[in-house]
Write a new protein. Structure first.
Length: 500
């Protein structure tokens, strides 16, 4: 037994309840040095609770936690940090007004109880961390000036400089491009080679297969699987996460010969994209993909009147029109689901009913100009049923819902406006596997009802499964287009990464 590996962290028989509701049921889990473990599960499965227990943020009701071989019946964040446990959360928790060096060294100085700043020492610590990760970065630039991917690297560097033995990464690939994801996965492999363990939380199942040694799957507070990644394919992981078969059939469009519902010719927004042309017929789903900065989001915003085009033409039902404002878009029955539901799509502190009614509030007003509660209640009940949401009181704030249900709320808000053309910008970012599949089904159903759907996504697999045609944008230009059934996925990925 003397040669047995001592786990970096091991939890045994952990139970946790909030307000009498059990969220973890006798959960066991261990992570060994230099091991990459993927922690999978739908929203509400218990993943975040496990992370917060290991990091000392939450107390646990019963069970034990072992860190570096030492057993604890309770933990604090300081105890966890001292044992080398570091968490990189989705928001990274960096200081936008401090430099890269100051951010990386900050946690180290706090833990060492250093009262004064030594800028030379900060730079040395930061450079050591960056060297350890094999990356280069301007140490003196304010973090607020960095991209999302660069801020993430700062957060990881901050963990490394504190002699981390385990780095927990919570949904680290949600808001970065495919190229940046590949770099992050390489960094995780580098950490593994240095003996640093990684717990990787992700909804993107292909990433799990690419980098992880072992998969731990949670469902409804129970650990249902703990096995080597070689035992799984993505469909099997999805099955254990949800308890149901969520394998999707590719979208099939039957061309009836109808004219395009929307058509754009040589559309240009200076500095964003240029000479973009395409048409979408009723019942079609057009997938648009490309890296962040490719012009894909600006194109979507243009179609909704947020960034009017400098030149080019837009035709609705064959008639030339101009869309210079959201009001113009709504008049032509165009809806837009934005990329960031939290800041652009939802009124988080407002009720479910207020969110569902936001786009059609004028239609709901009576002669007195007052919206009757029963109308909002009926509207909410309708869309909760249509979108397969768990029933809650329509006065429940949107902030109380999971990511997948929040996305359904934004969908319902715009579907209430009865659109004919629906532009969806990354509609499944940050949602769990089951919700992702259900949102895809909603899109296909809408296409079956004759809507023209334009879906933007950096997930090539999603584009291939849910659209019948694809456009690839790079540096503001269309570099590839065609039917998804005729273009290999590898060709699309190559086009995304090419330079123009």
């Amino acid at each position: 037994m003397g040669g047995e590996t001592v786990p970096v962290v091991e939890i045994r028989g952990i139970n946790k309840a909030f307000s009498g509701i059990r969220v973890l049921n006798d959960v066991d889990m261990r992570v060994d040095p230099g091991e990459i473990v993927c922690l999978c599960g739908e929203n509400g499965s218990g993943k975040s609770t496990i992370i917060k227990i290991i990091s000392g943020v939450y107390t646990f009701d019963t069970g034990t936690v072992c860190l570096q071989g030492k057993t604890y019946s309770k933990l604090s964040p300081a105890t966890s940090t001292d044992a080398g446990i570091q968490v990189v959360y989705q928001d990274f928790s960096v200081f936008a007004n401090l430099t890269v060096a100051e951010n990386i060294a900050f946690g180290y100085r706090v833990n060492k109880k250093q009262r004064f700043v030594n800028y030379k020492n900060d730079r040395q610590l930061a450079q050591q961390a960056l060297d350890k990760l094999g990356i280069s970065m301007d140490l003196d630039i304010d973090v607020g000036m960095l991209s999302v991917a660069e801020r993430q690297l700062v957060a990881i560097s901050r963990a490394v400089v504190q002699d981390a033995s385990l780095i927990i990464m919570d949904e680290p690939t949600t808001a970065i491009t495919q190229k940046e994801i590949e770099k992050l996965l390489d960094i995780m492999r580098g950490l593994k080679e240095q003996g640093i363990a990684v717990v990787f939380v992700s909804h993107k199942l292909e990433e799990v297969s690419a980098v992880c040694d072992r998969v731990v799957i949670m469902r409804n507070g129970d650990k249902v699987v703990d096995s080597p990644v070689s035992d799984f394919d993505t469909d099997k992981i999805a099955y254990y996460m949800t308890g149901v078969d969520v394998a999707e059939e590719p979208f099939v469009y039957e061309d009836t010969g109808a004219a395009p519902l929307i058509e754009v010719k040589d559309l240009t927004v200076k500095g964003k994209f240029e000479n973009v042309s395409f048409g979408v017929k009723p019942g079609e789903i057009l997938g648009i993909t490309g890296q962040l900065g490719s012009g894909r989001t600006e194109l979507a915003q243009d179609l909704f009147g947020l960034t009017p085009a400098d030149s080019g033409e837009i035709f609705i039902d064959g008639e030339k029109t101009r869309i210079n404002s959201i009001k113009d878009a709504l008049r032509h029955r165009i809806a837009y689901l934005p990329e960031d539901r939290l800041t652009e799509g939802l009124f988080l502190n407002r009720s479910l009913g207020e969110n569902f009614s936001a786009a059609i509030i004028d239609k709901l007003k009576g002669k007195t100009g007052i919206v009757k509660e029963k109308k909002i209640a009926a509207l909410s009940d309708h869309w909760m049923t249509q979108l397969k949401m768990s029933k809650k009181v329509y006065t429940t704030p949107a902030s109380n819902y999971s990511g997948g249900n929040q996305q359904r709320i934004v969908l319902g808000k715009w579907l209430a406006s009865e659109p004919r053309i629906f532009v969806l910008n990354c509609p499944t970012v940050g949602v769990d596997v089951k919700s992702k599949s259900e949102i895809h089904d909603i899109m296909k159903d809408l296409a079956g009802q004759g809507l023209a759907i334009i879906m933007i996504s950096d997930d090539v697999g999603e584009v291939m499964t849910t659209s019948n045609r694809v456009i690839v944008m790079t540096a503001g230009k269309v570099v590839l287009e065609g039917n998804t059934a005729e273009i290999p996925e590898s060709q699309i990925k190559e086009a995304i990464l090419q330079t123009v």
